[in-house]
Design a protein around this ligand. Sequence first.
Ligand code: FAD
Length: 517
Amino acid sequence: MAAANPSPILPSYFIFMFFIIIPCATALPDEILRKDIAGHLRTDPESTSKASADYGNLVRETPSAVFYPSTIDEIISLVKLSNNLSTPFSVAARGCGHSVRGQPMAADGVVVEMTSLAGNGAGVGVGVRVSWNPALGFFADVGGEQRWIDVLEATLEHGLAPVSWTDYLYLTVGGTLSNGGISGQSFLHGPQISNVHELDVITGTGDFITCSKDMNSELFFAVLGGLGQFGIITRARILLHKAPSRAKWVRLIYNDFSKFTRDQEHLISSDSNGPNYVEGSLITDNSPPNNWRSSFYSSFHQSKIRSLLKSNQGLLYSVEIVKYYNDLTADTIDEELETMAKDLEFVPDFMFKKDVPVIDFLKRVAIGDNHNSEVHPWLNLFVPKSAISDFNDAVFAQIIRKHNHTISGPILFYPFNRIKWDDRTSAVIPDEEIFYTLGLLHSSMPDEVENYEKLNNEILEFCEKSGRKIKQYLPHYKSKEDWVKHFGSKWDSFREMKTKFDPRMILSPGQRIFNSI
Ligand code: FAD
């Protein structure tokens, strides 16, 4: 897999500054000003500047205008208008802008601020509507602009909740369904894209289409994991279950990679009495047990883990398990946990437990206030099970150790069951029954970003040389060739769907797929 920089990934602080001060381009046709949508377009520097950045803070692409829709019809008009022009302008839906490589941007085009449909309580969009029918059971119709935290809060009022989450809930439904939406529940329920019954989509031709597995299924599967290439999701029908009330939350520390992965795989193979959530991570000097993703440990426990880390050449592994329970199972939950942990081979006396309301567990990740001044050169990979041992030897024990002084964020590593992913979606995963996700969630100051890119590139080079089918999650590439390689056997149909649903290549140009070199 080649090193992947779509477009202006910035090599140094100075260039970073240079991009910030590029003046806003204005390339919109006059027709746009005569339409009913003109009143929702803004070209002021505050709007365009916000839409020209994302969480990564690595790419700057200035749109000509930002569109703040108050209805879905207005988005349809915007996309249709672009289609009717001899030279269409690009349109990028933007959720919370939590991408890291410019994916929600549209250089010289129009960025659609999807969250303006949420209307700050004015209820202009779909919102979150909970229903039941005999075929589906409980489900929620949710606007594509809704954040998962909003979905959680609204569904909990009915004693219900989605089953598959992301770790961080301040992401939009449209944004995560365009990627996958993964977390520690994915081994059991699949990613978020496996838990959607139906979608409303505005295609690149401005058609408004309702789709599901049985209705307009080509579009349905293309859009899920489709990186925003085929349509703008305005509604998703999401499966709900009865919400659990409390969570037993456990972390186990390992000093041996084989035991760490063997136990994770054992846990994700469990029957219905097993855990509801399984994740794993690495602990190093600069990736300590407590970080912005969660402050789990007391200071006493942190110092105990630090001592163990010292005696293990600065590398430990941690498995995180959650088992939900409620009043009915409160008497038996501890016994169930004990049974679950009985044969696990963590370091004796390195099991740490918490007992919290489920909502506290689901809301555990907060990104803090200083993320705007930092850059986030994240790297997310899916590694097939057959490659993890080599991956540990080369990446964890060598590359990451070598760059230990550079690492400054969580390093996630945990497995999924392929069977819980629907191969008809656009999401790309390794073709083995079990694969792991690696998340290197770096935060750095802008002048240190080169070191992080060097580390990422070394890992990507290892992946490429190993010949293993390691795939990027939240992918970013700079060449068409790399995209074709990434999609593999899915490329032909991905391209065919683009021709069908967005033939003029209007949507989500920031992904740099059809507009790459
Ligand atoms: P944006 O970044 O705004 O958009 C992402 C892409 O989707 C763009 O191409 C955009 O054009 C397109 N898009 C946005 N809305 C729509 C829509 N309605 N219809 C069609 N296309 C659309 N991911 C996980 O899977 N699991 C995690 O646990 C997780 N944790 C994260 C934690 C943090 C702190 C951050 C910053 C990101 C995390 N992510 C995680 C990644 C996240 O899923 C992606 O960034 C995703 O893009 C969602 O972000 P967003 O809603 O802000 O979308």
